[in-house]
Design a protein around this ligand. Sequence first.
Ligand SMILES: [Fe+2]
Ligand SMILES: [Fe+2]
Length: 340
Amino acid sequence: MNKEKLAKTMEWPPETPQPNVYPLSWETVTEKAEEVWQASRREVWDPAALPWDTLDVESYTWEQREAIAYWWSLLSVFDASAPPVFAEAFIKTYEMHEEDAIRRCFFSVTQDEQNHEQMCGLAITKLLGASSYLNYEPKTELGQCLKKNVAWLYHNGGRYWTGYKQAVPKYSLAVLFSSFLMGEIAAATIFHQMAAGCKEPVFQEAFKNIGRDEGRHMAICLTLMERDYPNLSEEEKPIITKQIRAGYLFLSAVLFEPPEDFWDLPDDFIPTQRQAEEICREAGFGVPTYEGKKENWKNAMLNLKGVLDKYDTEFPAIPEVGITGKEINDIDMEDIIPVF
Ligand SMILES: [Fe+2]
Ligand SMILES: [Fe+2]
């Protein structure tokens, strides 16, 4: 450490070593980012201020409560990892001296994701009367099987944090955006479906708000892609193709069904989940059916393909929903960047 007082020996200080965590500059070139930031301020909402008094958990059977809380737990495997994931990306925007409005956009995403996580927590604790499905004592046989499902989901989700932390410094923001966009398209899709299919006012309103947030997150990613993708390097393109396939495999767990060779799950996992989803639907909590999910997930993938085609970036094959493209086989949990 240089303790020598440089200020006594020179008029201007030496150059600050880069990358340095903060830019001390407030330039905004991408105006669309400023607009999204402004929208994020107008559309701030508070999960705790939703009409919770209209939710009478006693009007549901224990099986229904456990099934609905299971769905929120499944969602939180994705949404509860989003705040730290975006906080990490937010720091990167400072290190990279990103535009001022873009730094703020990432700040807003981090805050939104924190809200989404809080929403999952409120729903679960109200339905179960416990702080987590993992420490809840199930009341029914199905509830017991669902608790095991949650534990396996948590085990799988937990595997990708180390990989993500290694990926963030390694990849350009442009590469990271493709994964984020994948997550945002997925998220916007599921929340619009859920808002349309839920009877309970508090859930309806939450899904509407979350869906609107995700729409903004999508806009941020698209704006950045528009700025950066025309200058994508040839090395970056195959990484993006691989990330899209990884994103498909990872996010399928909540958007569709977890693919067997990627997710490490017991044989009774899917039958148990299907049973719970059927109970959710009967209780007026509109989890889409297998076919409904498949159709929507496919459309989301086709949307994303439309974006990537514009930038001459190959799309991976997604035979599960009938999309042809580049075959990608060597994907591991440690490879994934996508978030919600
Ligand atoms: Fe989210
Ligand atoms: Fe998001």
